[in-house]
Design a protein around this ligand. Structure first.
Ligand code: PLP
Length: 494
């Protein structure tokens, strides 16, 4: 069968897919995150390469069974795991459109209309940061590429010769700083930039899981005294394990005083620029030299979409501009080709899903989403504190809550075993999903309200599951709580 499907075939297959997606979306408020385990599935041997293909409608049906019936469903309202949201439906439609039109965003000659949409989206988000002057930015594959890009800008700004001659030619040993809880993409970026992972100084965090500014300053001074050249501080707005937000204004001040580039990894929490009400949580972000944001996290687009924004509009071009011998320039166009602004040449139109979601629902829909998810997490945290069975491991800031089984006087190993046992039980039936993590050296249970479909009732069900799990592992205080809530459902937080 050739690739050139006819009008009716395309239409029938398209409708088949839309029906499937629509059924899937209808199921999400009640869908189990994963099918109940049936022993450990054998590793399926790859099937032979199909020489001839087959009936597309049947193949799509089989695929739906494999991916949906057997899949792990991060879009479910019962998923409280990593920063993977239920994608907005408009973002799903945008993905189909981008795939069909397939604009070659590298060059303006091939993608003016698409590039304009991308510029507009960068402008919408960048303007919310509150930079007093000009800014620029570009879409990336995700937060890892955005962090890599930002650190490349920082390095090239501090050591302009680096771009042509590389770090090996430098008469300096560049070092940079982030918190012990920052995402591992900054380790990778530091290494890929030729600095070596040890150049990244990981500064311990306070009990609120924020980078300790006093220790940061001490380390910068010690590094300088030992002949290193500090060039960048990376703050995190919303750490992966705990959702903590560094004191951005305080760290910006340290960066300013020492003359360092200030990057904010807001892959998750950077979304707060769209909130008027909770904007205070990222106070100081307007002092950043660069910011990472991942629309595929809190802004609920499908994967993948990252952004890097910078208040140094020329910096991207200084790092990425190259000579391109095979694509003509758009002569009547004043703008810079996208390939001169980032790492990728061919790339997906990752902006469209955010643009279409914003265009359809408006910023206020995000304001409401952020507000609701923070309130749900706050109420969940209050419930944990009153439960007698758990204790918060750090103050709740964003919609992520970290906590521990309450075992006064128990060793860290015992608490870790209890946390893991509780999470294993909560997740056992496949209905919902939470996780454990190590935060600041201690075992925690983490629960992130990430789906826009998650409501009070989903969290109440989780609360019941948590109490049952703790009762099963034999915590007496918890057993009392379970029977109390069974007699009196009002005892559960609503
Ligand atoms: C704080 C933070 N930064 C960066 C990243 C990397 O983003 P991506 O997965 O889009 O590459 C993540 C991902 O979870 C993150 O939580």
């Amino acid at each position: 069968m050739g690739f050139d499907l006819d009008f009716d075939q395309r239409r029938a297959l398209g409708y088949q897919l839309i029906d499937l997606l629509n059924d899937y979306y209808a199921s999400l408020p009640t869908r189990a995150v994963q099918p109940p385990p049936v022993g450990s599935p054998p590793d399926a041997a790859p099937r032979p390469l199909p020489e001839r293909g087959g009936d597309p409608a049947l193949i799509m049906k089989d695929l739906a069974v494999a991916l949906i019936d057997q899949g792990f469903h991060t879009p479910s309202a019962n998923y409280f795991g990593l920063q993977n949201p239920t994608p907005t439906y408009m973002s799903v439609l945008a993905e189909a459109l981008a795939a069909a039109l397939n604009p070659q965003l590298a060059s303006l000659v091939h993608s003016r209309a698409a590039a304009d949409i991308e510029r507009e989206t960068v402008h919408w988000i960048g303007a919310r940061v509150g930079w007093p002057g000009a800014f620029d930015g570009t879409f990336t594959s995700g937060g890892s590429e955005a962090n890599f890009t930002a650190l490349a800008l920082a390095l090239a700004t501090h050591f302009p010769d680096c771009v042509e001659q590389g770090v090996a030619a430098l008469d300096a040993r560049p070092v940079l700083y982030t918190s012990a809880e920052a995402h591992h993409s900054v380790d990778k970026a530091t290494s890929l930039l030729g600095l070596g992972r040890q150049a990244l100084r990981r500064i311990p965090v306070t009990p609120a899981i924020q980078m300790d500014a006093a220790l940061l300053e001490a380390r910068i001074l010690a590094d300088r005294a030992q002949g290193f050249t500090p060039f960048c501080i990376i703050a995190t707005a919303g750490t992966t394990s705990s959702g903590a937000v560094d004191d951005i204004a305080g760290l910006a001040d340290v960066a300013r005083r020492f003359g360092l580039w200030f990057h904010v990894d807001g892959a998750y929490g950077g979304a707060l620029v769209l909130s008027d009400r909770h904007r205070d949580l990222i106070k100081g972000i307007e002092h950043a030299d660069s910011i990472t944001m991942d629309p595929h996290k809190w802004l609920a687009t499908s994967m993948s979409a990252g952004m890097v924004l910078t208040s140094h509009p020329d910096a991207l071009r200084k790092v990425f501009a190259t000579i391109n011998p095979f694509m003509p320039k758009a002569r009547d166009y004043q703008r810079i080709d996208n390939f001169d602004l980032g790492l990728q040449w061919s790339r997906r139109m990752n902006s469209l899903k955010l643009w279409l979601t914003l265009r359809t629902h408006g910023r206020e829909a995000y304001e409401e989403l952020i507000d609701r998810q923070i309130s749900l997490a706050r109420r969940f945290a209050q419930w944990l504190e009153g439960s007698g069975a758990f204790e918060l491991a750090a103050p709740q800031m964003l919609p992520g809550v970290i906590y521990r089984v309450r075992l006064p006087g128990a060793s860290e190993d015992a608490v870790r075993a209890a946390n893991e046992a509780v999470v294993a039980r909560v997740n056992a039936g496949g209905e919902r999903w939470i996780s454990t993590a190590i935060v600041n050296g201690r075992s925690v249970i983490r629960t992130l309200v990430i789906s826009y479909l998650s409501q009070t009732r989903h969290l109440e069900d989780l609360q019941s599951a948590l109490l049952e799990a703790t009762a099963e592992i034999g915590n007496g205080a918890v057993r009392d709580k379970v029977s109390l809530s069974a007699e009196s459902p009002a005892a559960m937080i609503t």
